[in-house]
Design a protein around this ligand. Structure first.
Ligand SMILES: *[C@@H]1O[C@H](CO)[C@@H](O)[C@H](O)[C@H]1NC(C)=O
Ligand SMILES: *[C@@H]1O[C@H](CO)[C@@H](O)[C@H](O)[C@H]1NC(C)=O
Ligand SMILES: *[C@@H]1O[C@H](CO)[C@@H](O)[C@H](O)[C@H]1NC(C)=O
Ligand SMILES: [Zn+2]
Length: 400
């Protein structure tokens, strides 16, 4: 199934968000506003995003710092399996500098076949980076910021449209991996990096011949963190089910430098440090597909690894590329199970409160009744009417 609204995928990067959204046409990405007035937001004023985009001050925002000792191991988190990522060179992908990052559009035929309870189809990928002066990943692990971060963005097709998916909890998924300086060039990144100079200025667009997209991710997709969060750019919708891989991707120093120094953003300034600061958890739990927390007893990890890094990038080539994509049959509806659960809990709370109040009233009535009975019994000329009073109390109870 192809996604007719793929042109809308840049919505995520709000440079184009509102104009495209409103036009709602596939061609809008070519007629977007590029003028000097463009730019509803920038990384320089990220403290003020929430003024125009209220979700940005919500309680499930991204990125976050991942405290490995606080992660909760879940054996339900199966390895991520991707399908359809080996693209033919005849397929042309759009690559664009949107003023905030460089975005590569992806066909919806790229899917996440396993690792999530629902089906996800690719929209686009983009990168975050720092500057020659410092690293620029969005997520941090135990307080450590990595050199860069790649985000592959997906939507749940059972939500109907991408636009709908963006507003449903779990309607979006992002696969995130850290970029790190390693000893040699990572050939998988060359198709992308080689084109960067063609999109140097904000708004520039070019095409890239299809290549092996999965090679951009770490070799091991089995070890990851999972949490509920948001888009890391306005409008900060809190609908992303995040996967952050434990294995990193290694690029050469030269490649990272190219990324950090080639592109320009607003007002022809260098496009650097395009990361948002980490957000508060507000009680959220971070799950891990592996035993990430080091217990004081130092139980050795099953695979013996402690801080695994990506092995030779080439080992990534032979992964399960040609699996049959999910058919979509049995794909759960894009219902918000969390919301439903929340509603159930809320209802239970209200009922508990009602019953509590009712019990108190009944008990009070009973006590008053006892008290009156006793007073009346003490009076020599009393004419008690226990039945009437008692009946009244019982009737009260039955009205509920
Ligand atoms: C996010 O993923 C987790 C674990 O895979 C799953 O249990 C949960 O239902 C998903 N959340 C949403 C809102 O889809
Ligand atoms: C990967 O997991 C190990 C073990 O928990 C941890 O020490 C390391 O910091 C993690 N790295 C990343 C990038 O998550
Ligand atoms: C995690 O817990 C272990 C054992 O308590 C401790 O030695 C280690 O320093 C902690 N790691 C971090 C990153 O807090
Ligand atoms: Zn991103």
């Amino acid at each position: 199934m192809s996604c007719p609204r793929l042109g809308l995928s840049l919505l995520l990067l709000a440079a184009l968000a509102w104009t495209e959204d409103e036009h709602g046409s596939e061609d809008s990405s070519h007629s977007k506003k590029k003028g000097p007035g463009h730019g509803h937001w920038s990384y320089a004023d990220k403290d003020e995003w929430q003024l125009e985009f209220p979700f940005c001050s919500g309680q499930k925002q991204s990125p976050i710092n991942i405290d490995t000792n606080s992660t909760i191991f879940s054996h339900e988190l199966q390895p991520i399996v991707l399908a359809g990522y080996s693209l033919d060179p005849s397929e042309q992908l759009s690559l664009m500098n949107n003023g905030h990052t460089v975005v590569l559009q992806l066909p919806g035929s790229l899917t996440i076949a396993s690792g999530y309870p629902q089906e996800y189809r690719a929209m686009q990928l983009h990168l975050h980076w720092g500057s020659p002066e410092g690293p620029g990943s969005e997520h941090t692990v135990d307080g450590r910021r990595y050199d860069g971060e790649i985000h592959m963005v997906y939507y749940n097709p059972s939500c109907g449209s991408i636009k709908e998916a963006m507003k449903q909890p779990g309607g979006l998924a992002v696969l995130a991996a850290f970029l790190q300086v390693g000893p040699e060039d990572n050939m998988h990144y060359q198709p992308l990096l080689e084109q960067l100079h063609k999109v140097q200025e904000e708004g520039k667009e070019t095409t890239v011949a299809g290549f092996n997209i999965e090679g951009l991710l770490p070799a091991n997709l089995g070890r990851y963190y999972r949490y509920s969060g948001s888009l890391t750019t306005p409008p900060c919708y809190q609908t992303v089910n995040w996967t952050v891989f434990n294995w990193t991707v290694l690029l050469s120093k030269k490649q990272i430098s190219l990324l950090e120094t080639t592109l320009q953003g607003d007002d022809d300034t260098d496009l650097q440090n395009n990361f948002r600061l980490t957000q508060r958890l507000h009680g959220r739990k971070v799950l891990a597909s592996f035993q990430a927390s080091l217990s004081p007893r130092k139980v050795p990890l099953p695979d013996g690894g402690v801080a695994p890094m990506t092995p030779a990038p080439d080992s990534a080539t032979e992964r399960s590329m040609d699996k049959v994509p999910g058919t979509g049959a049995g794909c759960p509806p894009c219902a918000d199970s969390e919301k439903q659960l929340g509603f159930a809990l809320q209802t239970a709370d209200v009922l508990a409160g009602l019953f509590g109040a009712l019990f108190a009233v009944t008990a009070l009535a009973f006590l008053i009744y006892i008290h009156r009975q006793r007073s009346q019994n003490r009076r020599p000329d009393s004419h008690p009417k226990p039945n009437i009073i008692y009946t009244a109390a019982t009737t009260d109870e039955n009205t509920v």
